[in-house]
Design a protein around this ligand. Sequence first.
Ligand code: PMP
Length: 307
Amino acid sequence: MPNNKYAFFNGAIVPIEQAQVSVMTNALNYGTGCFEGIRGYWVPEESQLFVFHLRAHMERLHRSCRILYMQLPYSVDELCAITLELLRREAFQEDVYIRPLVYKSDPAISVQMNGLKDAFTLFAIGFGQYIAGSAVRACVSSWRRIDDNIIPSRAKASGAYINSALAKTEALLNGYDEAIVLGSDGQVAEASSANLFIVRNGALVTPPLTSDVLEGITRQVVAQLAQDQLGLKVVERPIDRTELYVADEAFFCGTGVELKPIVEIDRRTVGSGAVGPVAGQLMQLYSDAVHGRIPAYRPWCTPVYEA
Ligand code: PMP
C-alpha cells in the first residue's frame, strides 16, 4: 500500500483522501493527460533526500503539454518548488517516486484537447525496485510501439500507456519480466517503460530519438556517464531485432527501472548470460550519481531538506 499522506491538488497540499476526481473526468474516460515519473534517493549519511534531475522532468512535462494542447499553470521553477514543498511535508526518509500529472478535468463527453479545463496534481510515495531481481529476461513483444503520427512517444501521454500495458502484460503472462517493443518500421524502439541500450564491439548503441521512443532522461544520463567516465563511444542508430540476439550486452534504463541488465531475450542468452562489464560499471556509476556521490554530477541532485 502507498504510504503517502498528502497530494498537491487544485492548488494546495491536501490530505490524500481529499485528492479525488469525479468518474466523469475526461482524462479518466479518454486518457487525456500527461505525466512524469521522478525518483528521490534517501542518503542516510547526509540525512538528505536528493531528487534526481527534477528540472529536466518538469521541462519534459511542459513539452508534453505543448504537444497535447494542455495548459500547465505553473512554470518549471514553480513545479520544482511544489515538489520540494510536498516532499518536506511528507518528511520522507526513504527512496521515493514522484508523480506529477496534468489532466483534462472537465466532466465532458467530448473527445478533444482544446476548450477543456486542465488540472494539475502531484503526489509522492515510498518506492523500491520497479522490476525485482538483479537482471531480467525479456521478449520481443507482438505489440508495436505507437508512432509519432498516432500518439507521439515523446509526449508522456497517459493514454499512450495502454500500449505499454499491453506489451508488459503479454510479457508477464508468457513468463518474461519485460517486453522489448519494435516500432512500426520493425526496428527496436524501447521497453514498455524504459529505454534500451545494447553493447556491440565495445560501443553503446541505442535507437535515435526519432525511433518513436520517449526522450528518456536516464538514457541521456547513461550516455554521458559512458562517455565521460568510461570513455565509451555512444552511437544512436536503428537497431535490428536480431542484433538483440547477438549483442555482447543489453540493458534497460529509466527512472523507474534504473539500470537493469537483460540476460536473456526470446530464449537466447545475451552475452555470457551474466551481468556484463559495461552494464555493471554503469550501474555503479548511476547509483553513485543519483546518491550525490560524484561531485561533478551533484548539480543533478536537488536536496529536499535544509543542510
Ligand atoms: N520509455 C518509456 C515508455 C517510459 O515510460 C520511460 C519512463 N519514464 C522511459 C522510456 C524512460 O524515461 P526516463 O529515463 O526519463 O524515466
